[in-house]
Design a protein around this ligand. Sequence first.
Ligand code: 4NP
Length: 151
Amino acid sequence: MMKKIVFVCLGNICRSPMAEAIMKKLLKEQKLEMIFQVDSMATSFEEVGNPIYPPAREKLKERGILAFTHQAKVFKKENYDEYDYIIGMEESNIYNLIRIVDADQEHKIRKLLGHHDIKDPWYTRDFETTYQEIEYGCRQLLEELIKREGE
Ligand code: 4NP
């Protein structure tokens, strides 16, 4: 049974597309691309239609993720039913997601790192830290999902 994951940040041009690309890489390495489908979205309309932000793309390239096409889009209320795991990057993403969906009745919404906010590299300019935190979070999440979905 296919499971669907969506990563969500503010603009969908830095953190959530990085998470999408990194998770897709991990899934490919573990030959799990047929089991998990991955997407990413924004909570704001600011960057709709835009590609991944060049410094974020560069960071992915540095780590061997060369081909990643992307167009920023916004998470809508209707998307709630479509996804099994809705993963924000920081507390404000969770707040905005709850505002969009009204209530997280199926407990699908959570942060990538439970007790840590992945800060916006648009402001910090530290794309290396962003990459490391997202990769760590994705590895942990995937490990958990494999355990859970394998039951
Ligand atoms: P992201 O970074 O949420 O990691 O994609 C941002 C990019 C753009 C804006 C905010 C955050 N913006 O307001 O334009």
